[in-house]
Design a protein around this ligand. Structure first.
Ligand code: RIB
Ligand code: CA
Length: 315
């Protein structure tokens, strides 16, 4: 029996790695139906993340995609951005023309609410690739939609890898820890792609050259984005290559067998200034706190890049 494509909403703060994730999703119609993309403030301010999202959809040849602007700041805190990683535009690397396709007039949070109410229950998966502000705002505004969500598959958090924006916290969770607490306590089935696994999804020179060798505009863009994006991690970690964080979310939807993890309890630190945004992951089962997330720790990196290359070559 052929499997129907999974219906998803991508919530995103492009970011070069978000861009690769969106391209992978839009290149995989047999596996994924993208109902819409909601931009959130994160790597760069909202005005840029919504613009970048439209640029990426046009690059994928999908100007008909529905792109919405969501929240421009965290629920309770000042926005923290990451231009030091992604550049001033959020998509530094190649020169990019302004998008032509329209931004939808509806607020991204209302699109999430309406879509979950209109689609049959438990048939829509939310794929947050940035701070969880839009998701939490939707749950707060319309509590009735929480039980209608099929699954949340998100990039965020860390346990063995600890933090990348502070010693204790990963960026997406750090920016809006209150939103993350709402999501992780919502009761919705959650799959987490933390730094523990995304730091194993590293670009290498041959992997980047495989994108450039496609001879396509998307392939060239991915090569130039990852060339730019890797410099930060190489300086910081001394590692070869850039961790392709967000594409792990989409790759899991297509080929979950590439990944492994544990169903454990994950709580979010929101009180301490020192450890705000830390994902306190009970990997070793030392508490009796109920498991609320499939926390992914490992992947078949060769298989991941094989999938990425095969699918993006389609565009
Ligand atoms: O910490 C990595 C995450 O923060 C990725 O989603 C990246 O795009 C940024 O949003
Ligand atoms: Ca992101």
């Amino acid at each position: 029996m052929t499997r129907l494509p999974r219906k998803i909403i991508i919530d995103t703060d492009p970011g070069q790695d978000d861009a690769v994730a969106i391209l992978l999703a839009l290149a995989s119609p047999e596996d994924i139906e993208v109902l819409g993309l909601t931009a959130v403030a994160g790597n760069v301010p909202l005005a840029l993340t919504e613009r970048n999202t439209r640029i990426i959809c046009e690059l994928a040849g999908k100007p008909e995609a529905l792109v919405f602007a969501g929240c421009d700041a965290p629920l309770k805190r000042r926005l923290v951005t990451a231009e030091h990683v992604h550049g001033q535009t959020g998509l530094d690397g190649p020169q990019l023309a302004d998008p032509v396709m329209p931004l939808q007039a509806q607020h991204g949070v209302d699109f999430i609410i309406d879509t979950l109410r209109q689609q049959p229950e438990k048939t829509v998966t939310l794929c947050p690739l940035g701070p969880l502000t839009n998701i939490a705002a939707a749950f707060l505004k319309a509590p009735d939609i929480v039980d209608r969500v099929q699954e949340i598959v998100l990039m965020g958090g860390a346990y063995f890898e600890v933090g990348n924006i502070t010693p204790a916290a990963e960026f997406n969770i750090y920016v809006d820890p209150e939103a993350a607490e709402i999501v992780f306590r919502s009761g919705v089935p959650i799959v987490v792609m933390p730094l523990d696994v995304t730091h194993k999804a590293l670009t290498t020179r041959p992997r980047i050259e495989a994108f450039r060798a496609m001879g396509t505009e998307p392939g060239r863009m991915v090569a130039e984005w990852t060339d730019f994006f890797e410099r930060f991690d190489m300086q910081k970690y001394g590692s070869e290559g850039a961790p392709l964080h967000d594409p792990c979310v989409i790759a899991w939807l297509i080929r979950p067998e590439l990944f492994s993890g544990r169903h454990i309890n994950v709580e979010i630190e929101v009180q301490s200034d020192l450890t705000r945004g830390m994902t306190v992951a009970d990997w070793w089962g030392v508490t009796d706190r109920p498991a609320n997330a499939l926390f992914i720790g490992d992947l078949d990196a060769a298989g991941f890049f094989e999938l990425l290359t095969e699918r993006i070559a389609r565009l």
